[in-house]
Design a protein around this ligand. Sequence first.
Ligand SMILES: [Zn+2]
Length: 178
Amino acid sequence: MIHVDDVTYFTRGYCFALALELHARAGFPLRVFHSDNDHHHHALVKLPDGQFLDVRGIQNRDAIKRHWGPGILRAVGPDFFKDWSENVEVSLGKLGKKRLNRVANKLLQRLVTLKCTECPAIKVVSREPCFYDFTEVTTICPRCEKDPKKKARHDRLLVPSRGTTRKAKHDRRAQNKK
Ligand SMILES: [Zn+2]
């Protein structure tokens, strides 16, 4: 049994355990990346904005292919991984539940969804340590920002009224809904 860091543990071994945990906790659908070059498979989850999440953080499709080389991403169910632990246990030992919890917590706690005020676009980002503890933030997406009408409407949300801003109220309402 070898000792490895979290990234190696959850990319070259227990990637499927982390994906299953994220799927169970947050409902994110499971994906598996099949590399063309070797027979390596990597498990991860798909985020609501179309990006993907694994121990390395949020990545889009291009970033995954840059890292793993050419291959395809496929939707799978939890059963797809049922035989995977047998091979992994040989080199990494039984799955470390504490380690799994710690890494899953860290990843999920950092997710922030940016929502456009002018269209249904969303983008999931990883919270920087200095960010406030919001899980949802209203903003304007790059596409709407190019439209002067939408930009102006969005900016009016930021105009202060009686000591508070409509944007702040909007954010608070969004936060309270959680
Ligand atoms: Zn937008």
